[in-house]
Design a binder for this molecule. Structure first.
Ligand SMILES: NC(=O)c1ccc[n+]([C@@H]2O[C@H](COP(=O)([O-])OP(=O)(O)OC[C@H]3O[C@@H](n4cnc5c(N)ncnc54)[C@H](OP(=O)(O)O)[C@@H]3O)[C@@H](O)[C@H]2O)c1
Length: 327
């Protein structure tokens, strides 16, 4: 019988609730523990979600030899530090996006995986969804001719006062939080890295970007334009323009069990219907495949590193007021 992987949640983060159902649905995983910075909050969370073990410190969960995989949903500035600590404790990590905030941190994680032989993958859940896979397949097969332009947006109204997303030092800002999605989607479709980026930001009182407007020029001639932000109405689309048609993906980053997108060629509109799966199941199964079947994770560490490089280039551009050459 295949081994069951015991998972632990590193903190009582709000996003845990998206991971708990797939961790229970997968035949290869068991949700064994939750850690918090104090015992009472770990106990309360474990009771609420019916999790067998509650640890009053993150270190305590790392020291449990029965935990195999840790989900890291800490505020962004703690992703690298704790991912490396988990690897050094001999466990695998599914780390929330953005995986790190600097290229040096990305390199430290890559080195730590090489030293420990453990798996790290960035939790871009949409990358595993059948809709994303179908979009990529159709683009690669020439369904809209030669790709020329990608447009995208991910915006919502952030109402959580005091949340780390507002604070620059904690890896706050809309580009880190949601702009990372259209950037990742475009890089995945194009298949080469951006050669040049240019961006503008609107900063809030804590110094982080409440909105960001960016452009990327890829080395093969494809262009990309996107916006992201915390202060506008929810939008999360991708549009892809090619020489023979365009593709509109209205719910690009959080598709559900049923979703659809359109291919437009002149007056003809083709609707592609997708029978999806629970959005977060794909990243859990991908981790299981990587750990139990030695398959490379769908999102490699160099892919994650390149997404961070694009984001850092965009921030630099917004600060300096110039395009930034990344090639
Ligand atoms: N993939 C997705 O769909 C998705 C969606 C939402 C968020 N995310 C990502 O998930 C991560 C967490 O987001 P979230 O909104 O769930 O976070 P959150 O609710 O703000 O929770 C973060 C948790 O980190 C712990 N923590 C440790 N040090 C902290 C500090 N200095 N300040 C605040 N909290 C601290 C706290 O848990 P304890 O008190 O229990 O220790 C806290 O509950 C982020 O990286 C975000 O980008 C991903």
């Amino acid at each position: 019988m295949e081994k069951i992987l015991n998972w632990g949640l590193l903190s009582t983060a709000k996003i845990n609730r998206a991971l708990i159902p797939p961790l229970r649905a997968s035949k290869r995983t068991r949700l064994l523990g939750v850690a918090s910075r104090n015992q009472s909050s770990a106990d309360a969370y474990a009771r609420e979600w019916n999790i067998p073990r509650a640890y009053g410190s993150y270190e305590a969960m790392l020291a449990d030899p029965e935990i195999d995989v840790i989900y890291n949903p800490l505020p962004n500035h703690l992703h690298a530090e704790w991912t490396i600590k988990v690897l050094q404790a001999g466990k695998h990590v599914l780390c929330e996006k953005p995986m790190v905030l600097t290229l040096a941190e990305a390199d430290q994680i890559i080195a730590a995986t090489q030293e420990t032989g453990k798996v790290v993958a960035e939790a871009f859940m949409y990358r595993h969804h059948p809709q994303t896979l179908k979009v990529k397949e159709l683009i690669d097969s020439g369904a809209i001719g030669e790709m020329q332009l990608i447009k995208g947006a991910f915006t919502f109204t952030l109402k959580r006062e005091g949340n780390f997303r507002w604070v620059r030092e904690y890896g706050g800002g809309s580009l880190w939080d949601v702009g990372c999605y259209p950037i990742s989607f475009a890089r995945m479709l194009v298949g080469v890295e951006p050669a040049e980026v240019f961006g503008w930001q609107v900063t809030g009182p804590e110094g982080s970007d409440d909105s960001f407007f960016g452009q990327m020029r890829f080395g093969n001639g494809v262009h990309m334009q996107f916006d992201c932000g915390f202060t506008s109405t929810p939008r999360s689309f991708i549009e892809i323009v090619g020489t023979a048609g365009s593709m509109q993906v209205p719910n690009a980053f959080k598709p559900g069990r049923k979703s659809e997108f359109k291919i437009i060629r002149g007056d003809e509109i083709e609707t592609i219907k997708i029978k999806g799966q629970e959005l977060y199941l794909g990243e859990v199964e991908d981790m299981c495949n990587a750990i139990l079947n030695q398959q490379p994770p769908r999102i490699s560490l160099s892919d994650s590193r390149n997404n961070i490089a694009a984001i850092l280039g965009l921030y630099k551009s917004a600060q300096e007021g110039n395009p930034i050459n990344l090639s």
